[in-house]
Design a binder for this molecule. Structure first.
Ligand code: SF4
Length: 251
């Protein structure tokens, strides 16, 4: 299915964030072509006028960099997450580069910036991330198992490509973290081994969006992953393998 891409103009792009520990968020796009089955951001659809299902449209906020520059001039200092309800490096960023242009603006101001994505496209912007005084980059990795990734995150980049991006960010000297959320069916030992060398810190979030995905667990015979006690043990194992000197936060 060809995604519907529409150019829109935003009135504001630096918004108050509802995420604990993050004062602001920037969403260069509305909608997300990664189409995760558990996506928590589907409520954004009602602000768009799109009739297409979530995952099949993206609105590009083409004037985001100039609006951001105007807002940053007046804004109180505070940390910023990019993004909270979209993926800033979904495929359309390859052409429009709205996230990159926003990062170029951010490099001129003194706001701590946290960039979170599932896409290896972030490594294109290592040069500009290095120019931001206080920047960290997070890669979301929810499983080590490509079969599971294809079920729950059908249009998001493969897990090995995300791990490669994490490695490149780490080797470039950028502060990195891995966001493991939601915890999908996985081999916790295999996942921990792959990310441990490159993750400066880890956040594990079980996120209970199982109402949307319960049928998928049943369809693929992986219902045991709906059991809270079972997933609790997996979370403990992940934390045990990834903790130690590294900060490992369970939220
Ligand atoms: S990458 Fe994030 S915003 Fe995009 S569909 Fe997946 S969960 Fe939703």
């Amino acid at each position: 299915m060809n995604p519907c891409i529409r150019e829109v103009r935003a009135k504001a792009v630096l918004s108050k964030s509802g995420i604990p520990g993050r004062k602001y968020c920037i969403n260069p796009y509305v909608g997300c072509a990664h189409a995760c089955r558990y996506c928590y951001a589907t409520f954004m659809k009602r602000f768009t006028g799109h009739a297409e299902p979530w995952g099949s449209f993206t609105d590009v906020r083409v004037n985001a960099p100039e609006v951001l520059r105007r807002q940053l001039r007046r804004a109180e200092k505070g940390n910023i997450i990019i993004s909270s309800v979209t993926d800033p490096y979904q495929p359309v960023e390859g052409k429009y580069m709205v996230t990159r242009k926003c990062l170029e603006v951010l490099a001129l101001y003194d706001f701590p910036v946290d960039i979170l994505t599932k896409s290896p496209l972030i490594s294109r912007d290592i040069d500009i991330i290095l120019k931001i005084k206080d920047a960290e980059a997070g890669i979301t990795i929810t499983t080590d198992d490509e079969r599971i990734r294809k079920i729950f995150e059908p249009a998001a980049p493969p897990v090995p490509a995300r791990i490669e991006a994490l490695k490149r960010l780490h080797e470039a000297g950028i502060r990195t973290y891995v966001f493991i959320g939601p915890v999908l069916p996985m081999n916790p030992r295999a996942l921990a081994e792959q990310i441990r060398p490159y993750a400066g810190s880890v956040i594990i979030d079980r996120m209970n969006y199982t109402d949307r995905t319960r049928w998928l667990y049943r369809q693929y015979g992986i219902e045991k992953w709906l059991d809270e006690e079972f997933t609790g043990r997996v979370v403990s194992e992940l934390a045990g393998r990834l903790g130690g000197k590294r900060q490992c936060q369970i939220v």
